[in-house]
Design a protein around this ligand. Sequence first.
Ligand code: PLP
Length: 441
Amino acid sequence: MTHSTDTLADDRNQRLFERAQALIPGGVNSPVRAFRAVGGTPRFIQRAQGAYLWDANGQRYIDYIGSWGPMILGHGHPAVVEAVQKAALEGFSFGAPTEREVELAEEILRLVPSMEMLRLVSSGTEAGMSAIRLARGATGRPKIVKFNGCYHGHADSLLVKAGSGLATFGHATSAGVPPEVVQHTLVLEYNDVAQLEEAFALHGSEIACVIMEPIAGNMNFVRASVPFMQRARELCTQHGALLVLDEVMTGFRVALGGAQSLYAQQIPGFAPDLTVLGKVIGGGMPLAAFGGPRAIMEQLAPLGPVYQAGTLSGNPVATACGLATLREVARPGFYERLGERTRSLVQGLEGAAREVGLPFCTDSQGGMFGFFLLPQLPQDYPQVLRTDGPRFNHLFHGLLGRGVYVAPALYEACFVSAAHTEEDIEATVAAAREVFAELVR
Ligand code: PLP
């Protein structure tokens, strides 16, 4: 294994970072890429193939970020590359409908039966924001419920932390968001059934929707408990609110039918009202979607009064990439194999931690996993934050220096792709074993 080149005079990552910082705030186009949480120099990626990334210094990494989720087939899958090349030759963007949009919609709706119609957009943020506007428009209600630690993109009304109590609404977590914009957002603790019941008792008739990540990948990896999901469904139905599952990360990542298909196995008749998708459905291109029952979706313009639009929505190259990706993941046995590979990784990591007596636990589903430097799996965001930050940072840099690239923040999930081999998993566990030994020293 090669080691970090941070200290070398000819560090192209460092030189690029300096150039970037002069031009782009923080040197990055999305904050987590800046390595602020873990320190050090972000790696500027030059190319990727299969399960690997190569940075500007030519160093290779086993990639467990997968572009934060989309790259479920690994990088440069031949069928996807071919589809994208062919589509690019036919034209980049038309601003008019195409057959491929219809094909992609048919494919997604076939695989996620809770949706009867969908609309394609260009990012998960846009999809989540539009789903909330639709929920408010369809119900005629102003308030939304979200959960602490769940991320649904950076729309103003979602950049909120909890207020001082259930009777009060949230405070903006970003400058530039006026209090009036978040005054209708109620932030509750994830997996807290009693709080959700109380919120509905207090505000039920005004709540347009409850939005949640079914497996919260933005607090590493925390599952909504089955009783919590079931109660959320019941309360929404009783009070006429919509249940919106944000499956931007989990959709086509944890199972072919998304996380909702897993809850439907445990909760009879379970289905969300609206589903938000992104990441995998674009296969690495800017593409996302939201969808649900026909009666709700027909509230959207041009049929209904809820406005929503996009110059690049349903982009022909992005839809080709997404469609080719979905056709691969829909092959029989895909998620079984991916899940086995992911389990073999997390079990290997747990075993290596146990050998040295390091408190460590993991969870995984399909090609998504999380790991915590904690003795047991957290159930909500305050529990996730009990992780010792400096120890996590040591782990992150120890792995990175050994050619293993995991998420550069302790509150982010990681991803295994179909391109990861058993040898990649073994190399990862071997690297982790060395770093774990340093952590307990
Ligand atoms: N929802 C979830 C669950 C996400 O994980 C993300 C991004 O990580 C988003 C929404 C926002 O998606 P995008 O970054 O494509 O705007």
